[in-house]
Design a protein. Structure first.
Ligand SMILES: C[S@@+](CC[C@H](N)C(=O)[O-])C[C@H]1O[C@@H](n2cnc3c(N)ncnc32)[C@H](O)[C@@H]1O
Length: 368
């Protein structure tokens, strides 16, 4: 068993690579925008003239946060006018590529503060499995494709690096970790929201049969890892330690903490919807027939999102770059043999913080 928390696990590939290649999370975030807009229209706004606070939990390098933050600000501005300060706090692990995040906030053409002098972006480098903002300060929270990363890796996974397909004791260890981490994440956010605050959580989802849609790329990458061991690019021991802490939860697992009385730590569920996300790279391939472009996009997404976590198991620092390059090249080759769309799922949850005495649901769907 691995017992230590791996604080840098789940960090994306730096140098702006994640921003360039994370089109699947960008697509999932776009699907969830109407939920964020609605949350911004109804969340409680603090009395007086103090700043309204939007928190972006797990922002990574920021590109995929621009459109959601812009949408949220637009909805808040419609309610409070142009003078009220709005503070946007981007939160990620300390090892995140914050340099790229600040570049994006400063100079991306789509940056949300460009035309609004009363918007104040900031960033915090701390795990969201700790308190990251003082109590009652977050009026509107957004967390996209981030809470899928567990706080710690509970077990090695014989024969694979991804918990999705595993069974028995290994599965049980991941299920338990995911249950504990989701409850911890919710408890911490519940403290940070004031009564009436809203939190929108977007996660990679699972179909009714438990499929994520990304299996073709995960299974091809797993086969590539075996090749890399055979070719001694990585050692057998390095390979065994390669485990991703990314754990997509089923809808029932996300709702489990709320089952007893419809609330958990004063949070209630306003929405919990599963949406389908067609593969945009595949749609382009259907039009242009460019197989190399298709597999390059799929492999670059895998590399930017998952390879830093895999390569953190390699004891020899000098080998990590070679590993990443070789894996990407071989993955492209395998993916070209059997081109497949990565049609995935997006789970959107909207949570509302209730006032202490207000036990009724905030008007969302009934869970029981
Ligand atoms: C797949 S990226 C998502 C980035 C962006 N929100 C998006 O939608 O594209 C996941 C991000 O969550 C961050 N993350 C993972 N675990 C975290 C934790 N415990 N605390 C804070 N951030 C975390 C990672 O560092 C990474 O930047």
């Amino acid at each position: 068993m691995l017992t230590a928390a791996i604080s840098t696990h789940g960090v994306m590939e730096g140098g702006g690579s994640y921003n360039l290649h994370a089109k699947i999370p960008a697509g999932g975030g776009s699907l969830a925008l109407p939920y964020l807009e609605k949350a911004a229209q109804v969340c409680a706004i603090p009395a007086g003239s103090s700043a309204i606070v939007i928190a972006d939990y797990g922002s990574s390098q920021g590109k995929n946060s621009l459109s959601p933050m812009r949408a949220a600000i637009r909805c808040l501005r419609a309610r409070v006018g142009n003078e009220r300060p709005i503070m946007v706090v981007h939160i990620d692990q300390h090892a995140n590529d914050f340099n790229t995040l600040f570049d994006v906030l400063h100079s991306d053409p789509e940056r949300y503060a460009a035309d609004d002098p009363n918007v104040f972006p900031s960033a915090i480098g701390r795990s969201f499995y700790e308190s990251v903002i003082p109590p009652n300060q977050v009026d509107l929270g957004w967390c996209s494709y981030a809470a899928v990363w567990l706080r710690r890796i509970p077990s090695l996974i014989p024969g694979h690096f991804m918990s999705l397909g595993c069974t028995g004791e290994v599965r049980a260890a991941f299920d338990l970790q995911a249950t504990e981490d989701w409850r911890l994440f919710l408890s911490l956010r519940a403290r940070e929201l004031p009564a009436g605050g809203r939190l929108v959580v977007v996660l990679p989802g699972l179909s009714d049969t438990g499929g994520s849609g990304l299996e073709p790329v995960f299974n091809s990458a797993n086969a590539v890892l075996a090749e890399l061991v055979d070719e001694r690019v990585i050692s057998e021991d390095d390979r065994k330690r390669m485990v991703l802490g990314s754990y997509p939860r089923r809808r029932a697992q996300l709702l489990e903490p709320f089952r007893a009385d419809g609330q958990f730590q004063s949070l209630s569920v306003e929405n919990c919807h599963l949406l389908e996300l067609p593969d945009a790279a595949w749609a382009d391939y259907q039009v242009n027939g460019d197989l190399q472009a298709l597999v390059s996009r799929h492999a670059a997404f895998f590399r930017a999102t998952f390879v830093p976590s895999l390569s953190s198991s390699i004891s020899d620092d000098g080998k990590r770059q070679t590993f990443a390059d070789s894996l990407e090249q071989k993955l492209k080759r395998r993916l070209s043999d059997r081109p497949t769309p990565l049609n995935s799922f997006v789970q959107v949850m909207v949570l509302a913080k209730q006032a202490p005495t207000d036990t009724a649901s905030a008007g969302g769907e009934v869970l029981r």
